[in-house]
Design a protein around this ligand. Structure first.
Ligand SMILES: [Fe+2]
Ligand SMILES: [Fe+2]
Length: 491
């Protein structure tokens, strides 16, 4: 389909992008298992927490094996299964706060904290001293340490509260059961009442929450130090951190070598599917795929106050541009999904870099650039997302071949990617950055028009211009500033 439109800079333009031929679906199978998608996407949660890839899936296998030992009914096992896979949905919400408070890489910090007994004041203080303001002078370390001590136990409780509440909220948004949401909410509560955020004690903590708490800690020790260390940790914290009955159930299968060997196996996604209670299996239809995309966009957008709402707005703009080409509604729906998920790889970038109050250094910029490749890697783990993963991974490519991460050029860059790139650049330029003010549309148009044909697709840019002419698209600077104020107030 060719459409002639008036271009503001270079006169009349004809759309030569053949929308009808190029707008095939990006998601191949309309109905797949919900667990297959979230298992694959849980890797994004692992990297946010600084855990080795597969942490959520291995925690799921351990927790499900405990539930088998306890002979839990199907409904409970089903709720537990999804809670274990998605337990870290809220993990990005406290990343900026932790990076600011400790002046350290939030991912390293989050992972190393799981390897100590943070209820022991000596261990907690030693860990703080070792990890705060790394590379800083003694004075800088002391000042950072003083700020952490000032924030005290209440500060730690708040960090946990943000994570657990946000995780439960996103689980509810995914229409998972209240038992699943409650398990995520109780994830960091401890059997002796010393946990957070609510200092619940004993059986006041939901059973599924207690299993998730034990499983996640066992996984971290198992992967870092091996099975014996994981079992020792569980034994030592029996009755303190963990429900004694659950620890006994865990130790009951500690000698099942086949089970533990499988945790290091090559295909965790396939292993996970065997543990999903079949009579309560959830399928991801079209609406569910939309909800999953929205949920993970929330996780991504919560990572930094500077990127607050970015993914959801890119999705809206990408749909707007597609509509100007007369693309099918199915294609527009997939463009919305890829807009929501395109920056999922940003979860692998430290907030120290994302929120830096100045221009990134070359080295930091190289870290930021990796996010496009991470996005493609994460999304390509979902069988039916192969096309979508390729489009998402290409959103920083340029027509002249000087983009990243594959340096594709000209026709190597698919139509859908070109739309996504224009939507992404426009959205990012009209938002504030730590090192520059937000730009007005006229300024963005001027810059992009100069780059049309070299960096961005001129027809996609023209489609954006026409779409914007027809509607009021509010700036998100106000929301960004509110998110930054909230973060500062919590520090
Ligand atoms: Fe990006
Ligand atoms: Fe983006």
């Amino acid at each position: 389909m060719n459409v002639t439109l008036s271009h503001p800079v270079s006169g009349p333009t004809t759309y030569t992008n053949n929308a009808a031929a190029n707008s095939g679906r990006l998601v191949s199978a309309p109905i797949v298992r919900f667990s297959e998608i979230i298992s694959a996407l849980s890797v994004a949660l692992d990297i946010t927490q600084g855990h080795p890839k597969g942490h959520c899936m291995r925690s799921c296998l351990i927790g499900m094996r405990i539930s088998e030992a306890l002979k839990l009914p199907t409904a409970d096992r089903s709720a537990l299964f999804y809670a274990l896979l998605l337990k870290d949905l809220g993990c990005s919400s406290n990343a900026a706060k932790m990076a600011h408070l400790f002046g350290a890489d939030d991912q390293q910090l989050k992972h190393s904290m799981r390897l100590i007994d943070f209820t022991s004041p000596i261990q907690a203080l030693t860990h703080c001293w070792k990890n705060c303001a790394p590379g800083g002078s003694t004075i800088e370390k002391l000042m950072t340490m003083a700020a952490i001590v000032r924030s005290g136990a209440e500060g730690g409780r708040k960090i946990s509260e943000i994570r657990c509440e946000r995780g439960a909220e996103i689980a509810r948004m995914l229409q998972l059961s209240e038992s699943t949401a409650r398990a995520i909410l109780d994830l960091d509560e401890l059997w002796n009442g010393g946990g957070s955020p609510c200092r619940l004690k004993g059986t006041d903590i939901s059973l599924l929450g207690r299993i998730c708490g034990l499983a996640q800690n066992v996984e971290v020790f198992f992967t870092a130090y091996g099975l014996n260390a994981a079992c020792d940790m569980a034994r030592q914290r029996r009755g303190k951190w963990f429900d004694p009955q659950l620890v006994d159930a865990l130790l009951g299968f500690q000698h099942e070598a086949e089970f533990w060997n499988r945790l290091n196996g090559p295909d965790l996604v396939a292993d996970i599917s065997r543990w999903e209670p079949e009579d309560a299996m959830l399928l991801a239809d079209d609406d569910c795929l939309d909800r999953i995309s929205e949920a993970f966009a929330r996780v991504v957008d919560a990572k930094s106050p500077w990127t607050f709402l970015h993914s959801s707005r890119v999705a809206e703009i990408a749909v707007g541009i597609s509509s100007q080409f007369g693309c099918s509604l199915g294609f527009q729906q997939d463009m919305r999904r890829v807009g929501l998920l395109h920056d999922i790889g940003k979860l692998g970038v430290s907030n120290l870099i994302l929120d830096k109050p100045g221009k990134p250094t070359e080295e930091e910029y190289a870290q930021i650039r990796k996010h496009a490749e991470y996005s493609q890697l994460i999304l390509s783990q979902v069988q039916s997302f192969q096309q979508l993963a390729e489009v998402a991974g290409g959103h920083h490519e340029r027509l002249d071949g000087h983009g990243y991460h594959r340096s594709l050029a000209g026709n190597e860059i698919p139509f859908a990617t070109r739309i996504l790139t224009v939507a992404d650049i426009y959205e990012a330029m009209t938002a504030k950055r730590p090192y520059r003010e937000a730009m007005e549309w006229e300024q963005v148009l001027q810059i992009l028009s100069k780059d049309a044909g070299k960096g961005v697709d001129p027809e996609c840019l023209e489609a954006l211009r026409i779409w914007l002419e027809k509607r009021q698209f509010e700036s998100r600077v106000e929301s960004q500033l509110e998110a930054i104020d909230r973060l500062v107030a919590e520090l």
